[in-house]
Design a protein around this ligand. Structure first.
Ligand SMILES: *Cc1c(COP(=O)(O)O)cnc(C)c1O
Length: 400
């Protein structure tokens, strides 16, 4: 099959073919149900086939699909107004993906200093273990060799420092620094939350040096950590923020949010996107927000997260040979495995539970935010059975 496919061979796909989704479940072509705690990498925030979101997409599909940004798009005005009402931001630019939201944030930060008469300030400080996307600029921002190799010289202007090291950040600031870019909770890097004190210290440093603070909330935003955005836990606000994944609930949608000041340089003609903010995406984005901003929704995320987290902690105590550490925030949780994470992931898959591998030998558990406590317990039972499977295999290997 690998030889026969006309697709690029860029993905290591699991041999699973899903035909439909229902809430937290995915159903294969042959009718087998899998508990989906991967959620398309934190994307299906309100579960599969949420009736309100499906209805919004269908209604819009009957009206108009696409306009481009040659005209006013009312859905953009509505969604942007709602996003600015509930965040630090005054301005929004819509994109189709996370990487594009980051590209917009990076361009906005550089253009800000340019417009203020400092074109030399274009360097952005990022952190080790970061992931910001797969475009030429965002692989440079992420700084991971495995994503940079073979794609020509690394795009200039990204200075990387060790994770959670404020002294290293201070030392990296020069007259050419424009901004600091971080994920409040590293996702692909292995579910590593930046301590709230560190986020506050970064905010202070930016204020002190006239830098812009850019947060990448592509994965940790839109309710994932139990707050609408993860930085709210630290009580600080950024100047720019990239959002995607959960905001579209499965429809390709991203956004770059900015304060009025940070967006200062972005005049007509400086940036654009053919599809960005397309009416279908806006209909879905608004419908997802209806759900996530609904009464008690985030309280529910926090309550369910607590049940899940406590269950995982108990599993760690009972299976220290399989689980080394449990970490994360809200429903953005990671199991650092004692065995290779791929092995545990495979055992979970045998139990019909889906998760996502990450760096640092971690498995990400990112259920839809609509997951119930009962479904979380179902997931815990499957992880326990997976741990038992691994123990049984290890025991056989030891006696062989
Ligand atoms: C997924 C992700 C991106 C890239 O998003 P794409 O939609 O794949 O371009 C950027 N930053 C973070 C933190 C992500 O998790």
């Amino acid at each position: 099959m690998a030889e026969a496919t006309p697709l690029y061979q860029t993905y290591n796909r699991a041999p699973l073919r899903f035909e439909r989704g229902e809430g937290v479940w995915l159903v294969t072509e042959s009718g087998e149900h899998y508990l989906d705690f991967a959620a398309g990498v934190a994307v299906t925030s309100v579960g599969h086939g949420h009736p309100h979101v499906v209805g919004a997409l269908k209604d819009q599909a009957d009206k108009v699909w696409h306009l481009s940004n040659l005209y006013e798009v009312p859905g953009q005005e509505v969604l942007a107004k709602r996003l600015t009402d509930v965040t630090f931001a005054d301005r929004v630019f819509f994109t189709n993906s996370g990487a594009e939201a980051l590209e917009c944030a990076i361009k906005t930060a550089r253009r800000y200093h340019f417009a203020k008469g400092h074109p030399e300030k274009f360097h952005i400080i990022t952190m080790e273990g970061a992931f910001h996307g797969r475009t030429i600029a965002t692989i440079a921002a992420g700084g991971q060799e495995k994503y940079l190799e073979g794609f020509g010289p690394k795009a200039p202007g990204f200075d990387q420092v060790p994770f959670d090291d404020i002294e290293a950040v201070k030392a990296a600031i020069t007259d050419a620094t424009a901004a600091i870019l971080v994920e409040p909770v590293q996702g692909e890097g292995g579910i590593r939350p930046i301590p709230v004190e560190m986020l506050r210290a970064l905010r202070d440093l930016c204020d002190e040096h006239g830098l812009l603070l850019i947060l990448d909330e592509v994965q940790c935003g839109v309710g994932r950590t139990g707050k609408l955005f993860a930085h709210e836990w630290a009580g600080i606000t950024p100047d720019l923020m990239a959002v995607a994944k959960g905001i579209g609930g499965g429809f390709p949608l991203g956004a770059c949010l900015a304060t009025e000041e940070a967006a200062y340089g972005m005049k007509a003609g400086t940036h654009g996107s053919t599809y960005g903010g397309n009416p279908l995406a806006m209909a879905v984005g608004n419908a997802v927000l209806d759900v996530v901003l609904g009464d008690g929704f985030l309280d529910n995320v926090r309550d369910t997260a607590l049940v899940f987290r406590q269950g995982l902690a108990s599993l760690k105590d009972r299976y220290p040979d399989v689980i080394e550490e449990v970490r994360g925030e809200g429903l953005m949780l990671g199991i650092k495995a004692k065995v290779p994470n791929t092995e545990l992931l495979m055992a979970m898959r045998d139990e019909h539970l889906l998760g996502v591998p990450a760096g640092d030998n971690v498995i990400r558990l990112l259920p839809p935010l609509t997951v119930t406590a009962e479904e979380a317990r179902d997931g815990l039972a499957r992880i326990e059975h997976a741990a038992e499977r691994i123990r049984a295999k290890t025991a056989v290997a030891a006696t062989a």
